[in-house]
Design a protein around this ligand. Structure first.
Ligand code: NAP
Length: 519
């Protein structure tokens, strides 16, 4: 079992009890009392607290009194910290955490070992932290830590400055067995925290709330349980995720995890922050391919890696779906049981479905329509490709006219600069720019004068769900389609690729609406 451990960082006795009860109610399977946050700390105070917490909370109790040099809150002397931990053991704490580098101080070590000898059920975690980056030699450090006191649980936590730094932690876990804790800090290290249950780490940390986090990259206990279905993650769990930069605010983990859970599938979907360009993306993918045991099966791919995905899959002799090849971008990559790759683009499918369903037309009718595509970036590319394939008449308008011209030449359609958008005469206008996206919700990509009641307007922006463009189009009596439909559509197509099952679109739409705070 991997204990979902919630650190609490109270300043006083009353705060401590309140936070501990909150943690238990939120689903903590272990509480870590960070006693270094307490004001006027003393062994006596911790004795009282431990007794009270043991009486009130029915989960294992870990007491830590962190050295300021290793991230502690206050500069309590080593003697006091060792006395606090010894008192905690004495009064019933299940575990104590002490820094490996201070374990060399004979007085403190003796104090702790005597306390532990008197209560053999209590356990010692020997910990090492590096807040800057990777340890110089993590394997050697692990051996030294286990050699220092074999009954201790070694805990090695370091900052992942890039997601590719996490693979060293995964490898150490794979090479070692028994009780040990290996985690990475930072947004790039989030995957190590969520996958702890799959990789057999003794415990993982989750914060009481975003505001109460005691280390960078800690996910809240509520997110761990409700979004990542932490309690269901085990050795067999298959792993998916969204690769991009940034990914911190992506709604995709919420959507896919809810749908995996509802379908009873043993799969988890993670935010995978892959900074950098093709080299970093390729290194990440290669790390994954080299470690089948990690169970990665598929990815959503977002900015800035949609083109890198195509390049990498091609280089690995994988299969690239023809339209994704034509678009030059993939937003979905699958890994089969033999490690072979396949790349797809579900953005255009999501967009085409949104158009067909929104306008209640079939592709035959779409072929007779004139469509103005505003923008010439990645989404415009995907949508233009889909529309041209459906044989619709397409004209691309873009701020940088040269880009509109190039895209039009590639797909054999018309083009114009955005300054000509006031003369747009189309059955369907599609905004593929970021103009009007939160927080700049008062902006419009085209002049309001080009709108009319015979026109349909599709805005690919999904945050906000109703942009100023859509509001104005409604005022003119035009039919409107929100980017939310495209977003749900592309996610539904990905779900089908990930699972072979149809997605529950209504459920997906509800998750998106809940995340965006819309009805
Ligand atoms: P992109 O490749 O960066 O392209 C951005 C486009 O917006 C370019 O054509 C750019 O014109 C134009 N643009 C940016 N700022 C502008 C401004 N101030 N005035 C006029 N034009 C401006 O981005 P993308 O990946 O295509 O994404 C575009 C939008 O699509 C996103 O913002 C997002 O809202 C939406 N989207 C929706 C979904 C969905 O599922 N619903 C999925 C992905 C994206 P220049 O060429 O002149 O720079």
């Amino acid at each position: 079992m991997t204990y979902l451990t919630v650190p609490i960082s109270p300043r006083c006795f009353e705060d401590c009890l309140e936070q501990a009860l909150q943690a238990v109610c939120a689903g903590a399977q272990m509480i870590e009392l960070r006693s270094d946050y307490l004001e006027n700390l003393s062994a006596e105070m911790v004795r009282k607290l431990v007794k009270q917490l043991k009486a009130d909370c029915d989960v294992p109790l870990l007491i830590t009194c962190r050295d300021k040099e290793e991230g502690g809150s206050q500069k309590y002397p080593l003697g006091i910290r060792a006395a606090v931990l010894a008192a905690a053991v004495d009064c019933g704490a299940d575990l104590i955490d002490f820094e490996y580098r201070n374990f060399g101080h004979s007085d403190s070590r003796e104090k702790l070992l005597v306390a532990l000898a008197n209560r053999p059920k209590a356990r010692l975690i020997l910990s090492a932290h590096n807040f800057e980056g990777r340890f110089e030699n993590i394997g050697q450090l692990y051996r030294k830590m286990t050699g220092a006191y074999s009954a201790a649980i070694p805990k090695l936590v370091y900052m992942a400055n890039h997601i590719n730094d996490c693979f060293e932690a995964f490898d150490l876990l794979a090479r070692t067995g028994g009780e040990r804790i290996v985690l990475c800090m930072g947004q790039a290290g989030v995957c190590t925290r969520i996958l702890a249950g799959k990789l057999g780490t003794f415990l993982t940390f989750a914060s009481l709330s975003a505001a109460n986090s005691t280390a960078a990259g800690q996910v809240s206990v509520e997110e761990m349980k409700k979004i990542y279905n932490f309690d269901s993650i085990n050795e067999e769990t298959e792993v998916y995720g969204v690769i991009g930069s940034p990914v911190g605010h992506s709604i995709s983990p919420a959507i896919h995890n809810v749908c995996f859970g509802a379908a009873g599938l043993n799969k988890v979907y993670l935010p995978l922050l892959v900074d950098g360009g093709l080299n970093e993306f390729s290194a990440f993918m290669q790390h994954v391919l080299d470690r089948k045991r990690l169970g990665f099966k598929g990815f959503s791919v977002t900015i800035p890696h949609k083109q890198n995905a195509i390049v990498f899959v091609r280089k690995q002799s994988g299969v690239v779906e023809p339209l994704a090849e034509r678009i030059g971008a993939a937003n979905t990559v699958l890994i089969d049981a033999d490690g072979r790759l396949a790349a797809y683009n579900t953005d255009y499918r999501g967009a085409m479905d949104a158009i067909l369903e929104g306008l209640k037309v079939n592709t035959k009718k779409l072929a007779k329509m004139n469509v103005a595509v505003v923008g010439a970036g990645g989404v415009a590319r995907a949508i233009a490709a889909g529309l041209v394939e459906a044989k619709a008449g397409v004209k691309i308008y873009n701020r940088t006219a040269e880009k509109a011209k190039d895209l039009a030449a590639e797909f054999g359609c018309g083009w114009a600069g955005l300054d000509e958008s006031k003369h747009i005469d189309a059955d369907l206008l599609i905004n593929c720019t970021s103009v009007g996206m939160s927080p700049n919700v008062d902006a419009m990509p085209v002049s309001v004068n080009c709108l009319n009641s015979d026109m349909a307007v599709f805005d690919t922006i999904y945050n906000p769900a109703k942009t100023l463009l859509l509001k104005e189009a409604e005022n003119y009596g035009a039919k409107t389609i929100s980017g939310l439909e495209m977003f749900v559509g592309q996610a539904a197509e990905q779900f089908k690729l990930f699972t072979g099952q149809s997605a529950d679109k209504a459920k997906m739409r509800k998750v998106v609406c809940d995340c965006l705070g819309v009805e």
